[in-house]
Design a protein. Sequence first.
Lengths: 240, 240
Amino acid sequence: MKVKEVADLTGVSVRTLHHYDEIGLLVPDNVTEAGYRVYSDENLTTLQQILFFREIGFPLKKIKELLESPSFNRLEAFELQRDMLVAKRQQLGTMIETIDKTLRSERGEMTMTNEEKFKGFDFSSNPYEQEARDRWGDEAVDKANKNVAKFGKETQEDMNRIYYNLAELRHTDPAAAEAQAAIGEWYTFLNKIGDYSLEAFAGLGEMYVADERFTKNIDKFGDGLAVFMRDAMKFFAERN
Amino acid sequence: MKVKEVADLTGVSVRTLHHYDEIGLLVPDNVTEAGYRVYSDENLTTLQQILFFREIGFPLKKIKELLESPSFNRLEAFELQRDMLVAKRQQLGTMIETIDKTLRSERGEMTMTNEEKFKGFDFSSNPYEQEARDRWGDEAVDKANKNVAKFGKETQEDMNRIYYNLAELRHTDPAAAEAQAAIGEWYTFLNKIGDYSLEAFAGLGEMYVADERFTKNIDKFGDGLAVFMRDAMKFFAERN
DNA sequence: TATAGAGTATGACGTAACGTGAGAGTCAAT
DNA sequence: ATTGACTCTCACGTTACGTCATACTCTATA
C-alpha cells in the first residue's frame, strides 16, 4: 500500500507517515524505484501498535524504544494496551459522571466540592503509562507496578477505598491499632495479586517515599500519606 | 487558591497555569501584592471546562474563542461535552473490541482485514470536534451537525447501516427504485431528530459535496458516495 | 530575629509532533 | 502528449508546554 491508501485507511495524515519514516519509527518495508513508500501488512500491524500507544499518550520516542526492545512481545503488548484502554474508558466514565454532577449542580440541584469537579482528570490519566515505562524501562520499579496494572476496575475501587481510609488515619501514630488494621488490609489486598513477602512489603513502603512517582500519586489522597504508609508498613512488617 | 494548590487539585502543572495565564486563556481573578496568582472558584470551573475541551482534543486557541464567545452557554457546553465523552467512550469500546480480535487473530484463531485492524481510530475520533467548531464557529454548517451530534449510540448504528446500504448502491442510478428507497430511509432517519423539509434535505445533500468535511467522512463508506447521495437526495426531494 | 525551606514570578530557550507550503518528479487514464 | 491525482524532499512554522536560571516572598522554627 502507498502512503495515501494507508492514510485513508488509518486516519493519519501522509505527513505523519513521512514523519514516522524520518524518525525511524515506521519505515516502509518496500520502496519503489521512484522512491515511493510501499507499506506491507506487517507495517500496518506495527502502525496499529503505534497508534494504540499514541492514543494512550506515549511519546513517539518511547514507542520506538518499545517496539525495538528485544523483550518486546507483541501479544503481551496488546494485552497491556487492552488494560490501558479499559482503564481509560473507566476514566471517561468518571468524567461523564462528573459532568452529570456538574449539570445538576449548575441547575442548582446540588453543590460540588472542588475535588469532585476534577474527578477523572486527576491521577487516572497516567499511571498506566508509568506502568509500561516501568515494565520495559526501569526494571527496578517493574514488579510492583506490574501488579498494580493488573487491577481490574473493582479491585481498583477496593484500592481507592483503602487509600481513603488510610488517608483519614494519616495523622495518627503508624503503630496505632487502626492504622495497623488498615495496613493489614492493604497487605492482604496486594497479596491477592502480588504475593509479597513481609520484607518485600516493607520495601514497597520505602519505595512509596523514595520514588516520587509513587509519592506524588499516593499523596493525592492526602498530604504525607506516602510517608505515613511507609512507616506503618515497616511497623507492620516488623510485627508480623 | 494559589498555583500549586490548583495544580495538585487538577493534575495540571504550574507551568501550564502560567501558560494559560500568558495566553489569556485562564487569567486568575486575583493577584496578591507580591504578584502571586490567586484562583477563584469561578476560575476553577472555567479550568474544568478548559480541561474537558482539551481532553477532547481542542486547540487552546479554539477553547479560548469558545469561552469568550458571547453565545457560549455553560450548560449547553457541558451537555455537548457529555455527548463527546460518551462518543469517545464508545470509541474506546470499539478499540477494545479491535484488540480482542487482534489477540485472537495473533493466536491464529482468526484473521482480520486491514480495515478491521483500524476500527476505532478512524473517523470516530474527530466528528464531535468538528461539530462543536461548527456549532459555535461556522454557523452555516451548524444545524445539520448539531443534529448529528445528538445521535445516540443506537441511532449512530442505524446511520451506519443506512450508509453501508447506500454505499452498496452507489453504482446504480440515483433515481433507481432501490436507491430511492434507501434515501427515503435516510430522510425518515434524519427526521427522527432533525425535522427537515424537502428543500432542506436537498440542501443537505448539496452540502455533502460542497463541504469537504462531509465529503471525506461520507466517502469513507465508499468512494463517490457523497455525490451519489447528493443526487439521490435531490431526486428524492423533487419527487416527493 | 535571622534563616532555611517551600512556594512563586518572570524570562528565555528547548522540544515534540506534526502542519503547511514550495518546487519537482511519477503514474495512469484519456 | 497531456492532465490530474499522487508522490518526493527540503525547510520553516506552530502548538503546548518542559526545563532551567535567577530572583523574590512567605512561613515556621532555632
